[in-house]
Design a protein around this ligand. Structure first.
Ligand code: HEM
Length: 511
């Protein structure tokens, strides 16, 4: 049975997104407090929203958790633009694709900022990290590097890394018992690390680098989950660490050690290897060698690969397994199509993926029905924090029809839906909007489709005996959602092991 390091916790890798969202709320809370008054003076009508109390606005009826559920409820009650105001601090929740495009695409110049909390960005030093970067020169350069390296026209150049990860995943699932999330995290994390820094680095330093990322991201997560006085009064950052009550200083100093490790350590190892004449394929070595993009841009952009890519991709794969278990007739249809198109017993290659229309439809429906980041990330501007809510848009009956709440991959098949070409792109909406749209989405698309196809070509995934799976499975309350699945995959012996909570899946090898 394969085992995986316990320290690779998924929640740790959720960190940057949680950080950005929480920091967004904090920044929004701390930002200008004069907008409502200004609007009133200007005779402007503020959007509808939950009842606001005098002076404190929505301070007491703003949800403490389960934001996605609360925002969805507000969307049903108040419509496409929901205005909330906590003690004079404004936020607009965007629930329609039209409104989101209007603000984040057409007016991307003013709606592409990120929150900038003092503890995380200044003291811990994460202001270099792309998810936190303000749209300045460094931001443009890092995005340019991602576009050059893994943009739509070139992402296939890294197929060998994705393929290697796939073989490793299939091996891990063979004879593996237990929670597949860790196997998925390990696989995706290794692929991203190899792509960023190369095989030589991976062999010698890969696990240490991942460990440093996990540690740093864990602290970033816990620090981001609290409101710190220093975020309210930034000048406090200058008090010494020994000062009574200066916990933020100690957290911040430790955080900086981790942030520096994420930023410099792996990059420095690759540079040292390059100086010693050791080269192999990676994004870092390619762009250091080519020039044209500054060394610091390559270094900083690559430091976000693991943290930004691992949890999102892994959780989407877990959602895929969840849906395949929930809808076994679709598993049969997809496997039947694979047998017809590829020949029974053949594992697909990446180039086969476009031929698998059922699989494509199923994965698209998974992304639509269960996006891993249904709240997206906030896009603050100078006046308001705009929060586009992809999760609401992806189930909007005006777009998807009366069955928008149902899981129905047929909506993506032209023989069942002649208007399929009019549907919005689900390889875009769950990945964000405007200038901040996920730069890793093309890599994610390739990886997700290929791994999903490979898993179904090798294993049959079944709900365990009398397990009653529900479409409205309760998700943990997190910025990046993930269903927790357990999977039993036996290749040589028949499946007979009971798998424990919360969701039991058995997968039998079909070869
Ligand atoms: C299924 C997989 C993925 C999903 C659902 C996803 C989703 C997202 C979302 C919603 C955002 C925020 C966009 C916004 O603010 O409007 C984002 C940003 C980002 N993603 Fe992804 N992502 C995925 C995979 C990846 C991968 C594989 C990478 C790395 C190669 C990556 C790198 C990033 C980075 C660096 C950002 C920050 C961009 C910025 O702030 O400008 N993501 N992603």
């Amino acid at each position: 049975m394969a085992t995986f390091p316990q320290s690779l916790s998924l929640s740790a890798s959720h960190t940057w997104a949680a950080g950005v969202v929480i920091a967004g709320l904090v920044t929004w809370y701390l930002a200008s407090n004069t907008n409502e008054a200004k609007a009133r003076r200007a005779g402007a009508v503020l959007g509808p929203g939950p009842k606001r109390a005098l002076l404190v606005g929505n301070l007491f009826n703003f949800p403490k958790g389960r934001w996605y559920e609360a925002f969805t409820q507000w969307a049903h009650e108040y419509g496409d633009l929901v205005y909330i105001d906590v003690a004079g601090l404004p936020m607009v929740i965007l629930n329609s694709l039209e409104a989101i495009h209007e603000l984040t695409d057409k007016r991307m110049n003013i709606h592409s900022n990120r929150p900038n909390p003092t503890l995380v960005c200044d003291i811990m030093g994460y202001s270099f990290f792309l998810p936190f970067l303000q749209p300045d020169k460094d931001f443009t350069e890092q995005r340019r590097l991602f576009q050059k390296a893994i943009g739509p026209r070139v992402v296939h150049e890294y197929d060998s890394f994705v393929q290697q990860g796939c073989s490793e995943l299939l091996q891990r699932l063979d004879g593996f018992s237990g929670e597949p999330l860790k196997a998925l995290v390990k696989t995706v994390g290794d692929v991203l690390t190899r792509m960023a820094y190369g095989e030589y680095f991976f062999v010698h330093h890969g696990q240490e680098a991942i460990q440093k990322n996990v540690q740093g991201l864990e602290l970033l997560s816990s620090a981001s989950a609290k409101l710190w006085l220093v975020d309210v009064i930034p000048a406090l950052r200058y008090i010494p660490a020994w000062f009574p009550g200066a916990t933020f200083k100690r957290v911040g100093n430790q955080g900086r050690i981790y942030a520096d490790a994420i930023r410099y350590w792996s990059f420095d190892q690759v540079k040292a290897a390059l100086s010693a004449g050791i080269t192999d394929e990676s994004i870092t070595s390619k762009y250091l060698d080519e020039g044209g993009i500054s060394e610091s841009t390559v270094r900083d952009a690559m430091s976000a690969m693991y943290g930004a890519g691992v949890d999102t991709t892994t959780s989407t794969l877990a959602h895929f397994l969840f849906c395949i278990t929930l809808y076994p007739n679709w598993q049969k249809r997809i496997q039947g199509e694979m047998d017809r198109v590829l020949g029974r017993g053949n594992t697909p290659t990446i180039d086969d993926i476009p031929k698998l229309t059922m699989l494509n439809a199923f994965v698209r429906e998974t992304l639509r029905w269960l996006p891993v980041a249904p709240l997206g990330l906030p896009h603050p501007s100078l006046l308001h924090t705009y929060s586009p809510i992809p999760g609401f848009v992806l189930r909007d009956p005006r777009i998807w029809g009366k069955d928008s709440e149902d899981f129905n991959p047929n909506r993506f098949l032209p023989e069942h839906n002649p208007s399929v070409d009019e549907l919005p792109d689900v390889w875009s909406i769950p990945f964000g909007f405007g200038r901040r749209i996920c730069p890793g989405r093309h890599l994610a698309q390739r990886t997700l489709l290929f791994y999903a196809a490979a898993m179904l070509s090798s294993y049959e995934v079944l709900p365990y005996e009398e397990e009653h799976l529900m479409p409205n499975w309760p998700f943990e309350d997190a910025v990046i959602r993930s269903v927790s699945v357990r999977l039993q995959s036996l290749s040589l012996t028949p499946v007979e092991t009971c798998i424990s909570l919360p969701l039991h899946i058995q997968a039998t090898c079909m070869k």
